[in-house]
Design a protein around this ligand. Sequence first.
Ligand code: WT7
Length: 661
Amino acid sequence: MSNEALSNLLHEERTFPPSEDFAAAAVAKADLYDRAGTDRLGFWAEQADRLQWETRWDDVLDWRPPFAKWFVGGTLNVAVNCVDRHVAAGHGDKVALHWEGEPGDTRSLTYGELKDEVSRAANALTTLGIGAGDVVAIYLPMIPEAMVAMLACARIGAPHSVVFGGFSAGALASRIDDAKAKLVITADGGYRRGAASALKPAVDESLEMSEGKSVQNVLVVRRTEQDVAWTEGRDVWWHDVVGSASTEHTAQSFDAEHPLFILYTSGTTGKPKGILHTTGGYLTQVAYTFANVFDHKPETDVYWCTADIGWVTGHSYIVYGPLSNGATQVMYEGTPDTPHKARWWELVAKYGVTLLFTAPTAIRTFMKWGDELPAEHDLSSLRLLGSVGEPINPEAWIWYRRVIGGDRTPIVDTWWQTETGAIMISPLPGVTAAKPGSAMRPLPGIVADVVDDQAKPVPDGGGGYLVLSEPWPSMLRGIWGDDERYKETYWSRFPDLYFAGDGAKKDEDGDLWLLGRVDDVMLVSGHNISTTEVESALVSHPKVAEAAVVGATDPTTGQGIVAFVILRGDAAEAVADDAEAGEAVIQDLRGHVAKVLGPIAKPRQVLLVAELPKTRSGKIMRRLLRDVAEHREMGDVTTLADPTVMNLIGEGLDKGAKDEE
Ligand code: WT7
């Protein structure tokens, strides 16, 4: 695509420098960039000193590309760092967790109570024959036991493999087999959308499907009190074995490179990859980023990350980042619309949440639901907002800041991946300015760039591939059991550079704009156009709540741009039973994109739809939309959050306008 057309979108006039008050009190200081720039490894060693080590490391980094070891020779215990040391420092009565069940039941856990629970669970795991190096699969709803189970595993050096509770028995079975898990920790069920939803049957089914038969026991938390099938000798109740265990547990330290967890990423294609993270470097970077990116003040902040614990965001920014910093946080079991669509805002007011971390897909959903719902609640406690998971379009960014942040909160758009383990690119609140839609700069200690086909850095104003040029402490150490795939997937595109799979642009100031996966770039009449850019242009139209764009094979242009659009409340009602009005909106939107991005980016086709197909982590499954746009039989839909949406979209397609001009 012509750079001239695109610069319209990238020419973001609005910048939000830190306010003087915020900057004066900020955790992050401007000299971080200099310190990291002058002596990068020395900088990371300073960050590692946030933790309590039993044995100090000999070397900060041993780098044999693409295999890294950080803090070589150091030993520590992750659970002690996340829990015990805060109790030892006199914070045993501080609340670690305000937990809210979907039905409205609540629990709170102080650091002292969390230490007892984690110690009990660690003892129970040992009794069940789990030792250092044994893999434990965790398949739980968003209940405190999920956090306790992860920490108990960490405490005894048993790598956990958390499988998101929404995944099917088949997905669970393949993950159990790949890692040869010895134990599964699950629950009878959890609450979602106002009803108890069973989990244990999926575990039973997965163990029947499992080929390796590595699992010896299933540890079951009672949450919903549903009836569960029981396999004597294999299944044990959490309240029995953990409940009766001692709260005394002496933690042993592990090597800095001891495996901490495996987390499978499916992405939108391919066989899931078991991403391996280890102990010392991972904890260092999540602790450092949590403190600085969220400006965390342990005495006063109440933090809430709305992700599920089954995603990396839950691992790094519900469990290890916040707890290693002694944070107080909120955890919520259910969906945002239960029992009403203002549940989140009610919780922010109830707990006085100061730091909120969520995803653009949620923000756009709330935009669609309207400004009135957040306005019903007192959100004045909020002082910083975060975003992660996909590019946040400027419209959603501005809405987030205005409606949720009362036009006063900084926003941190954080770019990272399951593979990077921790935040890599983000504004530094109190130090750097933010621009709506840009993740800005690599954090101090991180080296990233945008390169062209030949691995040459692009100049300011140019676009290309996002790469990480130096190893970082929380980087993945490999793909579980498959070093070749690790090299091939991340290190083969460009020599000695980690290729993240994302496209990005540098604007005239050198700030970074993430453009989504490079697989999502369309080739229209010889021009590269990113789906993100067209989506962003569509969402900048006042009638549009959400948009997903795909390239469909086109006989004349190579690929044609097909847009699936959800209109905002009023606009959607206005066209509901009025085909003519719908057609007028469609033409208006096509013209709007042409105006913002240039005629080359004008969608061939715009379809008004009620929903979009998303994975359970909120990523749009463009692959399925491409199937629809190219009139193909639909591919695998098992990772869809709501499998029925594709039927709705298929029906919509027949009614959609087509215009080949
Ligand atoms: C992919 C990683 C990182 C935790 C949640 C997702 C996209 C993530 C951003 C952002 C633009 C983003 C990228 C990345 N992504 N954050 N702030 N701006 N894109 O983890 O499932 O491993 O996905 O999410 O495409 O590669 P994940």
